[in-house]
Design a protein around this ligand. Structure first.
Ligand code: MG
Length: 157
């Protein structure tokens, strides 16, 4: 068994939707990023890479590389999963937390869990997705962006 954790943050900017856990969510702002700014999938990639001892997301998908401009972050997770498969590693479960004042994730939670479970090749009940605010404190409380935290457990060598 191997455990990994990952964190990501993106700032709000102009736009009419955010993409979280591979799901498009209408919003008053977008997220500023080289890719689609999916903080949940970025934190998840770092947790997977961390558990496998394979570095971090920036080493695999440079934000200076034009091929990742506006990229669908599901591609990042799929690529990382292929690396894990090569090492004989598989996901046991993932526990994800989104920290944000908005948008509210309740209505999108099942869609996000389903999407993430598909990417991780596990049943949705193996994917936990939690949301919290920071009670108005700090940059998240000022609604300047969204943060995500991911923990994953891998089985294998
Ligand atoms: Mg990111």
């Amino acid at each position: 068994m191997r455990i990994g954790s990952g964190i990501d943050v993106h700032a709000f900017g102009p736009g009419d939707h955010v993409t979280l856990g591979g799901v498009r969510i209408e919003h008053t702002h977008g997220l500023v990023a080289h890719s689609d700014g999916d903080v949940v999938l970025h934190a998840l990639c770092d947790a997977l890479l961390g558990a496998a001892g394979l570095g971090d997301i920036g080493q695999h998908f440079s934000d200076r590389d034009p091929q990742w401009r506006g990229a669908d972050s599901r591609r990042f997770v799929s690529h990382v999963m292929a690396l894990l498969r090569k090492q004989g590693l598989a996901v046991v479960n993932a526990d994800l937390t989104v920290l944000a004042e908005s948008p509210r994730l309740g209505p999108h939670r099942d869609a996000m869990r389903g999407q993430i479970a598909q990417l991780l090749e596990v049943d949705p009940e193996r994917v936990s997705l939690k949301a919290t605010t920071t009670e108005g404190l700090g940059f998240l409380g000022r609604v300047e962006g969204i943060a995500a935290h991911a923990v994953v457990l891998l089985s294998g060598t």
